[in-house]
Write a protein that binds this ligand. Structure first.
Ligand SMILES: Nc1ncnc2c1ncn2[C@@H]1O[C@H](COP(=O)(O)OP(=O)(O)OP(=O)(O)O)[C@@H](O)[C@H]1O
Length: 792
C-alpha cells in the first residue's frame, strides 16, 4: 500500500521526497500514519531489498479499495488530490509534487528508490578443494586427522618447518591459529623439544588463551608440558621477565594502570603551559606520547611539526620526569624497560637467547618498532624465528605498527622460508572474490589470492540508503526480518570505520527490541567536544540559567573556565540570568566585550528557531564557526569538530523543536550509558568498529557508510591528495578486513547523502565490481579449459 493519512493529509509514497522517508518511518512507529479508510495505524516498511511501503495488518476490502482508488487518483495525469485541496507542504513533504506523470503509466512505483546491486565481478567458482594428500602422509599428520584436525598442504608445510626464519603469510580465514598451535604441538610431542625452549607471542590475551585451550586437544600433549610453555602477549611475557629481575622497581603497585592516572600527570604539566584542561586534547597527547615511546624516540630527539606537537613534546618530557620521580611506569615502559635491560646487560641477553631456541610471533603485521627489536634480540642466536601474519590485515598504523616489518622480513632475516596460506575456510567464494577484487589495488603488499572452499551463489549486495538515518533503519529492518524467520541475533555484525559513523545505528537499535552489543571505545557522540558546545548553546537558549551548559560553553566564547564563577557572581549581584550576565564580565579586550554584549539577544532569538536553523545561527551569528576553525581538530586528524557539527545537523533535521531535539539527545545519552554498564549477552547483534572485528567471524556482515570520506576516511583521502598513499592503503586493508569477517552474506551500505551533503560511492565499492586481474586470469584459464565464458 502506498497511501496513508498523516498530519491531516493524504500522502502518496511515490510523491514523497526521499529525504522524508525516515520521518515517515518514525511517524509510523509513533502510530501517526493511518489508513485513509478506517484510520487504523499503518506500519511503514523501510528495508534494504524492496522499495518502502505501508502495511495494513487487518485491512478490510473497503480499506484496500479506498487505497487503490486514491492511488489511481494520484497517478492520473496532472491530477493530485492535495493540489486540488491547495494544501502546501510544511513538513518537508512535497505534496503535491509538481511533475507530470504519464497518464498511460500506472505510476505506482517509487522513483526515488535506488535498487540494490549484487557484486558482479565474481569469477566462476573452482570446485577444487584445498589439497591435503599431495605431501607424503606423515604418521603425525595422520594422528591429527584422526583427532579431527585437518591441515592442507600449505599448512602442513608451515607446521613442519621448525628451523630458521619462517614467514607464514596467512590470508584472512586461512587457519593461522590452527597452524601456530599445530606447529607448537608438533615440536613438543613429535620432535620432543622441551617446552622451556619455546616462546609464543600473541597479540591479545584472548588469542593466547584460545591457543592454549586448543593445544589441550592435541594428541600426546599433557597439561604439565603446556604449563611450561611460555605463551602470552608481549606485555605479559616481557613484564614477567622484568619482575623477575627487579621486582621492586616493577612492582604492580607502580603501574599507571588507568588512563586517567597518566592524564592527570600530563594535565599537571599542561598547567605549566597554561593549557585549558577542558579545551586541550590531552587524550590525543597521550596517544602521541605512546607512539613515540613505541618508536624508541626520546623527547629530546623530537621536534614538533606544529604548535600542538611542540606542546606534546613538552608534556612528554615532563611526563617522563614526573613518572620517574614517582618510580612509576606505564604499559609502554614494560617493553621499553626490557629493551633497555637487554641492551645494557649482555650476559642476561645471552641467557635468554640460550633459553629460548624457538621464537614464534602471531599477528606480525601489527608489530611495532620496540617489539621487532625485542624479538630480533631474543632470536638472534638461533635465528629460529617464526612469524605469522597477513600484510593485507595491517590496520594499526596509528598505534605504531607498520606493514613494512612483514614486507621486509625476508630482507632483514636472511634465508627466510616463506609459506603462503591462501585457502580460506571461512567465507563463501563470492565474499572471498570480492575481498580479492578490493585488496589487489594496494601496491605495498605481497601479491596473493585467497581461494574459498565453497560457493553460496549469493554475491555480496551493495545497497543505497538515503542517509545515515535511513541506513540505520534499513539495516535494523533487514536484521529483524531475518530473526523473525529463524536467524539468531549473534549471527549478525555491523561494522563501521569510526564510532561517530554508528550514531544513528546505535539509536535505532536502542529503540528496537533486538538484543545488541556495542563494542567500541569512547563516549557517546553527544559527549564530543564540539557537539557538547552546540548543545550548551541550545540549552542556554531554553534555560539561560543552566550552569552545566555555561561551563561547557565557556571555551567556545574564547573565555577561561575561571570566568564561569565571575559570570555566576555577576548574575547574583545584578539579579539577572547567566546569559544576561555575560556582557558584565570585566577585564576583557574591547572586541570580546562587544561580542558578549550581543549574546543575550541572540540567545533569545535562538529559542524560537527549529533545531537545524538554530545550529546554523550558532555557527554563523554566534561565532561558533570561528571557534571550530581554531580548535576543532587539535591534534586529531581523524575526528574534526566541524564534521561533528555536520553529523549533529543530520539528527537536528529529524526534529521540529529544540525541546524535542534535546529530549531525544538526553534519552539517547542515558541509554548509551546504560549500554556501557550492561552485562554481555552472547546472543546479540554485534555493533563494532572494523578494528575491533579483526580476528572475528560472523555469518552475516553489514558494512556502514562505504562512501568517499567514510571508508576511506577523509583524513586518508587528504593524505593521498598530498601525495602520501599509505593511509589510503591502510583504509583499503580495513575494507578487506571488514569483508573477510563474513561467512555467508555481506551487505555494503552506500548512502546517497552523508553529513547533509551528496556522497560519492567509495572507491572500494567500485573496485569490488572489477574482477582482480589475477583472478580473471585464473578464471579465464579455467573457462577456456571448460569451454565457458566469464562474467566481469
Ligand atoms: N585445514 C582446514 N580445514 C578445515 N577448516 C579449517 C582448516 N584450517 C582452518 N580451518 C577453519 O577456518 C576458520 C578460520 O581459521 P582461523 O580463525 O584460524 O583463521 P585466521 O587465519 O586466524 O583468520 P583471520 O586472520 O581472518 O582472522 C576456522 O573456523 C578454522 O577452524
Amino acid at each position: 500500500m502506498h497511501v496513508a493519512y498523516y498530519k491531516n493529509k493524504v500522502i502518496y509514497l511515490p510523491n514523497c521526497e526521499r529525504s522524508s522517508w525516515q520521518q515517515l518511518y518514525m511517524a509510523s512507529i509513533k502510530q501517526e500514519l493511518t489508513c485513509i479508510h478506517c484510520h487504523t495505524p499503518l506500519k511503514m516498511e523501510l528495508g534494504i531489498l524492496k522499495p518502502p511501503s505501508f502495511t495494513h495488518v487487518q485491512a478490510t476490502n473497503e480499506c484496500i479499495e479506498a487505497a487503490s482508488l486514491m492511488t489511481k487518483k494520484f497517478t492520473q495525469h496532472h491530477i493530485n488530490l492535495n493540489e486540488k485541496q491547495n494544501v502546501h507542504s510544511d513538513s518537508g513533504f512535497s505534496i503535491p509534487k509538481r511533475r507530470s506523470i504519464s497518464s498511460s503509466v500506472e505510476q505506482n512505483e517509487i522513483e526515488n528508490w535506488k535498487e540494490p546491486e549484487q557484486v558482479r565481478a565474481i569469477p566462476n567458482f573452482n570446485e577444487k578443494k584445498a589439497t591435503t594428500g599431495h605431501l607424503a602422509l606423515n604418521p603425525y599428520r595422520e594422528k591429527l586427522q584422526k583427532s579431527g584436525i585437518y591441515l592442507d598442504n600449505q599448512q602442513w608445510e608451515a607446521v613442519q618447518t621448525t628451523e630458521g626464519p619462517l614467514l607464514i603469510l596467512a590470508g584472512a580465514g586461512s587457519g593461522k591459529t590452527r597452524v601456530l598451535t599445530t606447529r607448537t604441538a608438533y615440536m613438543l610431542s613429535e620432535l620432543n623439544y622441551s617446552p622451556k625452549e619455546l616462546i609464543l607471542v600473541t597479540f591479545t590475551a584472548k588469542a593466547a588463551k584460545e591457543m592454549k585451550e586448543r593445544m589441550r586437544l592435541y594428541p600426546g600433549l599433557n597439561r604439565q608440558t603446556l604449563n611450561q610453555l611460555v605463551i602470552g602477549t608481549f606485555h605479559s611475557i616481557f613484564y614477567k621477565m622484568l619482575m623477575h629481575h627487579d621486582p621492586q622497581r616493577w612492582s604492580p603497585s607502580n603501574l599507571l594502570k588507568q588512563d586517567w592516572l597518566r592524564q592527570a600527570m600530563i594535565k599537571e604539566a599542561g598547567r605549566e603551559l597554561n593549557l585549558d584542561e577542558k579545551e586541550f586534547a590531552f587524550d590525543q597527547a597521550l596517544t602521541q606520547i605512546s607512539w613515540w615511546k613505541n618508536h624508541l624516540m626520546a623527547p629530546e630527539k623530537i621536534k614538533g611539526k606544529d604548535l600542538f606537537e611542540e606542546r606534546v613534546v613538552y608534556l612528554y618530557k615532563r611526563y617522563e620526569e614526573m613518572r620517574k620521580a614517582q618510580n612509576a611506569f606505564d604499559f609502554d615502559d614494560m617493553l621499553l624497560g626490557l629493551y633497555e635491560l637487554l641492551h645494557e646487560n649482555d650476559r642476561l641477553l645471552k641467557r635468554y637467547q640460550q633459553r629460548f631456541s624457538y621464537v614464534s610471533v602471531d599477528e606480525f603485521q601489527d608489530i611495532n618498532k620496540v617489539q621487532v627489536e625485542l624479538i630480533t634480540m631474543l632470536s638472534d642466536r638461533t635465528k629460529n624465528l617464526c612469524v605469522v601474519g597477513d600484510d593485507d590485515q595491517s590496520i594499526y598504523a596509528f598505534r605504531g605498527s607498520e606493514p613494512s616489518y612483514i614486507l621486509n622480513f625476508k630482507e632483514r632475516y636472511h634465508n627466510t622460508k616463506m609459506v603462503i596460506l591462501s585457502e580460506n575456510y571461512r567465507s563463501s567464494h563470492e565474499i572471498v572474490s570480492s575481498a580479492n577484487n578490493v585488496i589487489h589495488t594496494n601496491r605495498q603488499r605481497y601479491q596473493k589470492q585467497l581461494h574459498a572452499q565453497t560457493s553460496t551463489h549469493s554475491p555480496p549486495l551493495l545497497f543505497y540508503p538515503f542517509d545515515e538515518e535511513e541506513e540505520a533503519t534499513m539495516i535494523v529492518t533487514d536484521i529483524k526480518k531475518q530473526i523473525e524467520t529463524g536467524a539468531n541475533p549473534e549471527d549478525f555484525a555491523i561494522l563501521f570505520r569510526t564510532n561517530t559513523a554508528a550514531r544513528a545505528l546505535i539509536e535505532r537499535f536502542i529503540s528496537s527490541s533486538i538484543p545488541f552489543q556495542l563494542d567500541a571505545d569512547g563516549d557517546s557522540f553527544y559527549q564530543r567536544k564540539a557537539v557538547r558546545k552546540i548543545l550548551a548553546y541550545l540549552q542556554l537558549g531554553i534555560n539561560p540559567d543552566d550552569g552545566h551548559a555555561l561551563t561547557d560553553l565557556i571555551g567556545a566564547l574564547f573565555l577561561k573556565q575561571e570566568t564561569v564563577q565571575e559570570i555566576k557572581a555577576a548574575s547574583i549581584t545584578n539579579n539577572c540570568t547567566f546569559v544576561e550576565a555575560l556582557p558584565l564580565i570585566k577585564g576583557l579586550k574591547p572586541f570580546q566585550t562587544k561580542k558578549l554584549q550581543t549574546l543575550p539577544t541572540k540567545f533569545k532569538q535562538l529559542k524560537e528557531k527549529s533545531p537545524i536553523d538554530a545550529i546554523a545561527f550558532i555557527e554563523q551569528e554566534m561565532g561558533f564557526s570561528e571557534y571550530v576553525k581554531k580548535n576543532g581538530n587539535e591534534g586529531n586528524k581523524m575526528e574534526r569538530g566541524s564534521d561533528d557539527v555536520r553529523d549533529l545537523k543530520v539528527v537536528a533535521r529529524q526534529h521540529d523543536t529544540i525541546e524535542d531535539f534535546l529530549r531525544h539527545i538526553n534519552h539517547m545519552t542515558i541509554k548509551f550509558d546504560e549500554l556501557r554498564n550492561q552485562k554481555a549477552n552472547p546472543n546479540s547483534v554485534q555493533l563494532m568498529t572494523i578494528h575491533r572485528a579483526k580476528g572475528l567471524e560472523f555469518k552475516h556482515v553489514y558494512i556502514l557508510s562505504t562512501v568517499e570520506g567514510g571508508l576511506p576516511h577523509d583524513y586518508a583521502l587528504e593524505a593521498w591528495r598530498d601525495g602520501d598513499d599509505k593511509p589510503l592503503e591502510e583504509e583499503r586493508r580495513l575494507m578487506y578486513v571488514a569483508i573477510t569477517r563474513a561467512e555467508d552474506s555481506l551487505k555494503i551500505s552506500i548512502p546517497l547523502m552523508r553529513r547533509g551533503k551528496k556522497a560519492f560511492r567509495s572507491r572500494f565499492a567500485r573496485e569490488i565490481q572489477r574482477i582482480a586481474p589475477e583472478q580473471a586470469h585464473k578464471s579465464r584459464e579455467r573457462n577456456v579449459a571448460n569451454g565457458q565464458g566469464i562474467h566481469d
